[in-house]
Every structure is written in C-alpha cells, then in structure tokens.
Design a protein around this ligand. Structure first.
Ligand code: NAD
Length: 499
C-alpha cells in the first residue's frame, strides 16, 4: 500500500505527524493508500516556505507567468488519461467523467494565459492639472485553497490557476478522500516552469485547515465544500482579517413546464440527476413538473430510462453511466435518507435499495432512485443528498414552482424546460439563484464567465474563475502622481482641482 506525501518546495515530502487517513478505491472498498495528516508545525512550515518563494514570483512579469500556464495546458493534455485514471481510482467516477473533470480545470488554466490582459490597471490622464491617477492590481501574497472531494482536478485548478497567474503563492489543502491528483498537478506545475515553493500541497483534515485559517501570513482563503464548513471557514477566515470566498452545497431544482419537450426533459434529468452518482454541486436533485398531467408524463418517461442506467466500476468500459459513491459513510448516509423519504410518505418510483453488484460487494455502490410525491417538509427535500437520488415535487402552477426553488435555502443552480420564451425569461429574471439554465440542465458557466451560487451556497462576494477570480486574488492600489511641471502654476490650486 502506497504512502502519499505532501508537496513542499517542489517535491513530494513525507508527512511527519504520524497521523494518516485511509484512501479507498470506492469500487472495491479496498484501502489503496494512506494520506498523511499534516500537523500545525508542518502546515506553518509550508506557509513560511511559500512566503519566501512568493516575492520573486510576484515580481515575475505577467507574460512569463502566462507562459507557465500555457505549458501547463500542454502537460494536462499530455497526461489527461493518466490523471483521469488516478482520479477514477480514488473517486469512483467513470473515465469520461474523470476526463471532463481535468478538462474543465484545464479550461480555467487556458483562461489564465490571458493574465497580462486581465491584470491591466486603469489610468486617468490629467485628473488635475499635471496630476495623473492610476490603479494597479497586485497579488495578495500567500493564499490558501481548501478543496472538496468531488472534482479533485477541476476544483484545485479553478483556484490554483488564477491565484498563481496573479502572482500569489498557494497552499492547497485537497480533500483527504482523493489526494493523488492534486499531488500530480503540483508536479506538473513544476515541470511547466513554476518556481519551487510557489505552490505547496499540505494534506490533512480540520487541524490543517484551522492552522491555515489562523496563520497570519495567509492573506486569502478559497473554500469549496459543504455549507456548514463553508460558513465556518468564512467566519473564521474573515474574523482573522483574511479575504474569503467560500462555496457551499446545493439543491438544484429543474422546472418542467407542460409545453416542454418531455423526451428532452427526461434525458436531461437522467444525465443531470445521476451523472457522477449525483456527487456534483450542479446535479439536479429535484424535478418540479408543473401540473399533474405533466408530472405523470414525465415520470412515465423517467422510469424506464433510470432503470436502464448501468452502474459499475470505471474499469468496466466507457458505457458505464455512473460508479460508486466516494465512501462507505456516504453510501450509508444516502441509504438512510432514502429510508427517511419512504417513512415520511414519498413514493419510490424507482427503488434500488437492494442493489448489489456481483464481484463488488464491498464497493460503495448505490443504485439509482426516483421519488415521486415529495413535499417540502421532507428530509429528502431539505437535505443535499449528494447521491443518485432524484426527487419529484409536483407543483400546481409556474408561480408555485418558482416559489419552491426560491424558498429553498440553497441557490447554486437551477433550470427550466419550456418552449415558451416569456416564461423562460421571467424565470431567469426573477429566480434568486446564481446559475440558471434554459433547456440546459447543468448550466455551468465556461471559464471566462464566473461560477457561484446565491443564498447559503456561497459566503463572500466574488465568484470562482472568470474576471472575478482575478479580482479575488489581487488587491487594487491607486496612485496619484504629480511631477514638477504640474506645480508651475502653484500646487495648492491643483490639489483643489481634484477634490
Ligand atoms: P466537505 O465540506 O466535507 O469538505 C471540503 C473540505 O473541507 C475538505 O478539504 C475537508 O478536509 C475540509 N473539511 C471538512 N470538514 C471540515 C471542518 N470541520 N473544518 C475545516 N475543514 C473541514 O465537502 P466534500 O464532501 O468534500 O464536498 C462535497 C460538498 O461540496 C457538497 O456539499 C457540494 O455541493 C459542495 N461543492 C460545492 C461546489 C460549489 O462551487 N458551490 C463545488 C463542488 C462541491
């Protein structure tokens, strides 16, 4: 069994705390590696080394930093299959999903090649006679990124890329459940020309995170994960005077209007509800058909599609629809939520509670489930299940469907399926949710737009990737300058002129 490491000053470094966590292959249930849990001393040493490396990187001109990003894109493409294989082995998602995970991260690195353009400041000539004013974007210094298990390539790349392109040093704390790919990314960055120490990886759990949050050198914290942890990290980081952006959980509703193409809506729901075993913050977990007749038609289309889904390990070929969930604890939690749904009166239209995969009895598999007649008071509606479970809540009208999505505590993504432009526009305009799809079930914005939810899906101000990421990872400095020729007519007058 492999012992994983941290990545400090350009190389893998053994953990010294003596504490380890188990890394599983979720398809077989086997422990395949141990990940070291960093002690506070190890975390603080990694931050101190990052602080030493950062000034020279911050002084490196943006084109040179962009060239590292350009080379990184090439290396990610070169190693795509290797990364995807390592990712599937620890996460459980299918190989096409794992390649997508790397690809969506790579696209943000491509965006970061535009750093010289994105970091340009502003200039006002003659703000007062002989006085010029200009603003510039400077790196924060050392920043921390604490990442979730569900996209072990994409999520770190969304944060490391812009943070580095802006001239920061980064200390990444990946999920302890699938830490191999982040370590591989660190090696690739060094191969791409990133100076040693500018990107450190410390593995660990809450102890490592708390150390980062309390470390005075860390200037900014990016977090992606569940809402209670997002809220905790936001509170502690900002109380310590740090800039923070913390992205949390989701319960994404898809509204199906009576005029929607029902085959398209059903296909979309199956892909968005069950892809990656539902372990996506943009998964659709609630279908909201408007009217009983729409609901009956939709359920009739959904059931055979869901029953046909192929649940298997990633090694079983590219036609696997989804694999296991990430841990035994996640599987047990999902199954107990399904039981609660049955007890609280929802109807299981597809019931796979006895799902077992021959040869993989110790794997963390959960079969696909479809609930009908779910109501907002039920736990399966209120909770983010993060598994292959789709709930149907029947709405009497469009207004009722809209209110349902708006009243939910989460506001990450949502979608509407309709042929009616007026309804679609009204929905996009009024809904209090950060990312909206119109006949698009998973409306993940591309790298040059920004990604972020509303309500309890996000704590902070600035979104992930796109222009917001360059704002988050830089501070603005504004300079007012006057040269002697501007003083010719008397300095006092000129100061007044810009009051
Ligand atoms: P998680 O909150 O359990 O863990 C995320 C990270 O926080 C990990 O690195 C973990 O080690 C650390 N952590 C866990 N508990 C902590 C604590 N008490 N104190 C400090 N650090 C702690 O989340 P997860 O299970 O890895 O990821 C799934 C969650 O992430 C889902 O809720 C999903 O919706 C969310 N997610 C959100 C987005 C988004 O952009 N909004 C994207 C991806 C995933």
């Amino acid at each position: 069994m492999e012992d994983l490491a941290h990545f400090i000053n350009g190389k893998r470094t053994r953990g010294t705390s003596g504490r380890f966590g188990d890394v599983h292959n979720p398809a077989t249930g086997e422990v395949i590696a141990r990940v070291p849990m960093a002690s506070p001393d190890e975390v603080n040493a990694a931050v101190a080394a990052a602080a030493e490396a950062q000034p020279a990187w911050g002084e490196t001109n943006p084109q040179r930093r962009a060239r590292v990003m350009m080379e990184m894109v090439r290396l990610l493409n070169r190693d795509m299959d290797k990364l995807a294989g390592a990712l599937s082995r620890e996460h459980g998602k299918t190989l096409p999903d794992a390649r997508g995970d790397v690809q969506r991260g790579l696209e943000v690195i491509e965006y970061c090649i535009g750093a010289p353009q994105l970091l340009k400041g502003e200039f006002t000539d003659n703000a007062g006679t002989g006085i010029d004013m200009y603003s510039m974007r400077q790196p924060l210094g050392v920043v921390a990124a604490v990442m979730p298990f569900n996209f072990p390539a994409m999520m770190p790349l969304w944060h490391i890329g812009p943070a580095l392109a802006c001239g920061n040093a980064v200390v990444l704390k990946p999920s302890e459940l699938d830490p191999s790919v982040p370590l591989m990314l660190a090696e690739l960055f060094v191969e791409a020309g990133l100076p040693k120490g500018v990107f450190q990886v410390v593995n660990g759990d809450r102890e490592a995170v708390d150390t980062l949050l309390d470390n005075e050198t860390i200037q900014g914290v990016s977090f992606v994960g569940s809402t209670p942890v997002a809220q905790y990290i936001y509170a502690r980081a900002t109380a310590n005077g740090k800039r923070a952006q913390c992205f949390g959980g989701a319960k994404n509703h898809m509204i199906v209007m009576p005029d929607a193409d029902m085959d398209q809506a059903a296909d979309a729901l199956v892909g968005a509800g069950f892809g990656a075993a539902g372990e996506r913050c943009m998964a659709i977990s609630v279908a909201v058909p408007v009217g009983d007749e729409t609901a009956d038609r939709l359920i009739e289309k959904l059931v055979p599609r869901i029953e046909k889904l192929r649940v298997a390990p990633y090694t079983d070929g590219d036609d696997v629809d989804f694999g296991p969930v990430v841990t035994a604890a996640a599987r047990d939690r999902i199954l107990s939520l399904i039981e609660s749904g049955v007890k609280q009166g929802a109807k299981l239209a597809v019931d796979n509670r006895d799902f077992r995969l021959q040869g993989y009895e110790n794997g963390f598999f959960v079969g696909p489930h479809l609930f009908d007649h779910v109501t907002p008071d039920m736990d399966i509606y209120k909770t983010e299940i993060f598994g292959p479970v789709l709930s149907t809540v029947r709405a009497g009208s469009y207004e009722e469907a809209l209110k349902l999505a708006m009243d939910h505590e989460y506001g990450n993504g949502t979608a509407i399926f309709t042929r009616d432009g007026d309804t679609a526009r009204d929905f996009a305009h009024r809904v209090n949710i950060g990312m909206v799809g119109i006949n698009v079930p998973i409306p993940v914005p591309l790298a040059y737009h920004t990604f972020g939810g509303w309500k309890r899906s996000m704590f902070g101000d600035l979104n992930q990737h796109g222009p917001d990421s360059f704002r988050f990872y830089t501070r603005t400095k504004t300079v007012t300058s006057r040269w002697p020729s501007g003083l010719k007519e008397g300095g006092e007058f000129h100061f007044k002129a810009i009051d």
